[in-house]
Design a protein around this ligand. Structure first.
Ligand code: BZD
Length: 827
């Protein structure tokens, strides 16, 4: 129950960081030194991997100079800091981002050319750190990018998983997960800092003792522990000389633990203990909803949060710091409920280690955290069994009970006699299996609670957390998500970037609202032609990637219609598939002449959680449909389905710039925000979407004429739900829909048994009302086809999508967090 012990620092004169020279000759020299003396190979015997590692190390030393300078500047002028706590960071490749942000692209291109090295091949060698599942993890990566670009003092804390999100392969159409060995060929972007390791305790019991002046106090007697070893990653700002820190924790066995066992002479047992400790940061849980309640996951959460808070309190703050002033120095932003165990952890440190009384400890703790919720699905809210928390973190469980007792007393005082309300709001879910509702704990302790898009925040206030919003209306706020334009426009889409730069200059890269200046160009036929040629270049580029991966090629004249996101019933990949099958069925049955079908390639990218059977069956069906449709000559090459495996950040950067149509078709009220929707609009894809998540804001900004809206609104969904939804009736009454479902169920796409089971569930249950929105979707797709036929009109709308998407920069999101949350003075 202690913080880390630091060896005394030698007080050397604060030296300015030595900035490396920024010219090609010097760079060539530095690179060769890295290759020869870092990698131990001469150029003529080096592999691509040697070259990649040497290049990364060379570039890293440039970032390091910025990192040292940033840290020195922050020490000299201390300001309130953001501690972003996230179990996931879906970073994407580092090399391209480092080159872009540190403005080294030109130098490196020339240096590699002089050395005869294929820079594209070297870049392709990098395995992205996939330390996240999807939107939530990628959002964290965008946020730290923006904070560095805005020169906000921030440290991102997380877990250095040895295995990130699995690599998806398809074997006969079925998803097969392969371990992600992202560290295997070297990890040139990180540096391990063992001196700042933090011990993290688990288990044991709690005892009473007499404290100062005989005051009764409690203390934790843990019975095992692990060492959290930090690995630092630098987060460079864009062209500003700033580099912030991302600190990811890796679990190792503590020496004390080892020694104890070695002294017993049991070597094998000691090694086993080491493995046990290392397990904690071994693998990212691949479920992006429906938390499994696994003990190891709670261990991971406490592990990284305890290490992070310990690191900040006992490693970053000056030793004599007055903790009463903690809220002036730090705000911990909780990325969903995964780090919420940090709340009782800070209470424990203040009470048990620093000897504070409850009221003072709570006054501090309740000003140090803010909570972001990323979901509306009740099954996605984390609830940990009380018995598990008691066993793993007994002192934290006591503290949670006390927080709850005091909180419920306040609720009773405000709403006398309203026992139902008390039960609903309790942090502890009563009943057979008592559970700790992490979202309630977060809401009780946080200065602010935010949703991630307007609609989502409103539904949080009105539904999911309505009792809390009645008690503390001022706590609730919205911050609409955003994405970093550096990675998702400048890096991903060079043709469009230079087109924009030619038109309006480069100021938009850090001030994305300036894309508005493009609006008049939508009326310029020459600009429109250039815009189309940029899209074509992106499609060609994508094709070369797909070719290398052995995936089908995209015909140049096809509309590229993309649906890329995790596979989930609420996102309704099935709805899109039904439209594809109904188009095909129309041609098969002669209802629609093939020549009337708009040439389209429908592209899916999606991983399914390994234990999510329906999602995996859906992937299997999409692949079967693809193989039948792609080879059926009756379609005259007008409809293709592509499903490249292993959609990840790297593939997203290739795919999104090439897209014409963006599919955002979740059941209204289920997608908290979406961020792929923003990336696609920013790259000039038109959206076909429901009134859900950030689609609502995208449509408002780009305008109804440049967005294909369809389907039930959230209130209509709620109304249908309460009236009673009968998908079987929709099926029976819509002949086009029925024919498509029947074609699938007939086994036309193979595996009749699997097809029937999936269609049976759809017609019988359809939890996310795909059938209810089917006709509206088909009608909207007809509008898409009509517009696509008018090339100039389509291009005009695409340009306006780019020009009006400036709001969706994560720089703006960070401004909003600063204004609405991190600067907040409450209580
Ligand atoms: O967060 C997503 C939401 O579904 C999106 O609507 C939203 O845009 C993004 C960012 O706010 N949520 C997730 O990605 N959630 C997870 O990945 C996740 C991971 C582990 C456990 C639970 C959820």
């Amino acid at each position: 129950a202690t913080g880390p012990q630091f060896p005394p620092t030698h007080h050397l004169a604060d030296q300015p960081a030595v900035a490396p020279a920024r010219d090609v000759d010097t760079f060539v020299q530095e690179f060769l030194e890295e290759l020869n003396f870092g990698q131990g190979v001469p150029l003529d015997r080096s592999t691509i991997n040697h070259q990649y590692l040497a290049l990364a190390s060379t570039v890293r030393s440039y970032l390091m100079a910025d990192w040292l300078a940033t840290a020195a500047r922050r020490r000299a002028h201390p300001a309130k800091m953001v501690g972003y706590l996230s179990a996931e960071y879906l970073l994407g490749r580092q090399l391209g981002n480092a080159l872009l942000n540190s403005d080294l692209e030109g130098i490196v291109e020339e240096a590699m050319r002089q050395l005869g090295i294929d820079l594209a091949a070297v870049r392709a060698q990098e395995v992205e750190p996939g330390l996240g599942n999807g939107g939530l993890g990628r959002l964290a990566a965008c946020f730290v990018d923006s904070l560095a670009t805005m020169d906000v003092s921030c440290i991102g804390y997380g877990i250095r998983y040895e295995y990130g999100i699995f690599r998806q392969t398809f074997v006969e159409g079925r998803q097969v997960e392969v371990p992600d060995t992202w560290l295997a060929l070297g990890a040139p972007w990180e540096f391990r800092n063992p001196e700042r390791a933090v011990q993290v305790d688990f288990g044991g019991s709690v005892e009473s003792y007499a404290g100062d002046q005989g005051r009764p106090r409690r203390r934790w007697r843990p019975d095992w522990n692990v060492l959290a070893v930090p690995y630092n990653y630098m987060v460079p700002g864009y062209h500003n000389g700033v580099a912030n820190t991302l600190r990811l924790w890796s679990a190792e066995a503590t020496r004390a633990f080892d020694l104890q066992i070695f002294n017993h002479g049991d070597y094998a047992e000691a090694v086993r203990a080491q493995t046990f400790a290392e397990n904690i940061s071994k693998v990212l849980y691949p479920e992006d909803s429906t938390p499994q309640g696994k003990e190891l996951r709670l261990q991971q959460q406490y592990f990284f949060v305890a290490a992070s808070i310990g690191d900040y309190l006992h490693g970053t703050l000056p030793e004599d710091f007055d903790l009463a002033r903690l809220p002036e120095q730090i705000i911990f932003q909780l990325n969903d409920t995964h780090p919420v165990i940090g709340i009782p952890e800070l209470m424990r440190l203040l009470l048990d280690v620093h000897g504070m009384e409850w009221d003072q400890a709570w006054a501090i703790t309740s000003r140090c955290f803010a909570y972001t919720c990323h979901t509306l699905l009740p099954e996605a809210l984390e609830v940990w069994p009380v018995s598990l928390v008691e066993r793993l973190l007994p002192r934290h469980m006591e503290i949670i009970f006390e927080i709850n007792d005091r909180f419920l007393a306040a609720v009773r005082a405000q709403f006398p006699g309203d026992d139902d309300r008390v039960r609903r709001m309790s942090i502890i879910a009563e009943g057979g299996d008592r559970g700790v509702r992490m979202a309630h704990l977060a809401t009780v302790a946080a200065v602010r609670v935010n949703g991630v898009a307007e609609l989502h925040s409103q539904l949080l206030r009105d539904k999911v957390l309505v009792d809390f919003a009645q008690l503390w209306p001022e706590k609730f706020t919205n911050v609409t998500n955003g994405v970093t334009p550096r990675r998702f426009l400048v890096s991903a889409n060079p043709p469009l970037t230079s087109l924009i730069n030619d038109a309006i200059g480069g100021g938009w890269i850090t001030d994305l609202e300036r894309l508005r200046e493009l609006e008049p160009y939508a009326e310029d036929p020459v600009f429109r032609e250039r815009f189309r040629s940029a899209k074509r270049a992106n499609k060609d580029h994508l094709n070369s990637t797909l070719l290398a991966a052995g995936t089908a090629q995209l015909p140049a004249d096809h509309m590229l219609d993309v649906m890329v996101k995790r596979l989930h019933e609420y996102k309704r990949q099935m709805l899109k598939l039904l439209h594809i099958v109904s188009t095909y069925e129309g041609v098969l049955s002669g209802r629609v002449p093939a020549e009337q079908v708009t040439p389209r390639t429908c592209l899916f990218g999606a991983k399914a959680a390994p234990g999510y059977a329906t999602a995996k069956e859906t992937i299997y069906l999409i692949n079967r449909v693809a193989s039948v449709i792609n080879s059926d000559p009756k379609l005259d090459g007008r409809l293709f389905v592509a499903f490249p495996p292993n959609y990840n950040v790297t593939l997203a950067q290739r795919l999104i710039p090439a897209a014409d149509l963006s599919e955002q078709i979740s059941l209204a009220g289920k997608e908290a925000s979406g961020t792929g929707n923003m990336k696609l609009a920013l790259n000039g894809a038109l959206t076909i979407g429901t009134d859900d998540g950030a689609n609502v804001e995208i449509r408002k900004l780009v305008g109804d004429d440049n967005f294909f809206l369809f389907g039930m609104r959230e209130p209509e969904v709620a109304e249908l739900q309460s009236r009673g939804y009968h998908p079987g009736e929709v099926y029976a009454s819509n002949p086009v829909l029925k024919s498509a479902i029947d074609l699938i169920a007939s086994g036309h796409f193979g595996d009749r048994g699997a097809s029937q089971a999936l269609m049976g569930d759809l017609v019988g249950n359809d939890r996310f009302m795909a059938l209810a929105d089917f006709q509206a979707y088909v009608d909207a797709q007809a509008q898409v086809d009509a517009k696509f036929a008018d090339t100039e009109a389509w291009t005009r709308s695409a340009i306006l999508n780019v020009a009006r998407s400036g709001y969706f920069s994560s720089d703006r999101s960070m401004r909003d967090y600063l204004d609405r949350i991190w600067g907040a003075q409450v209580h």
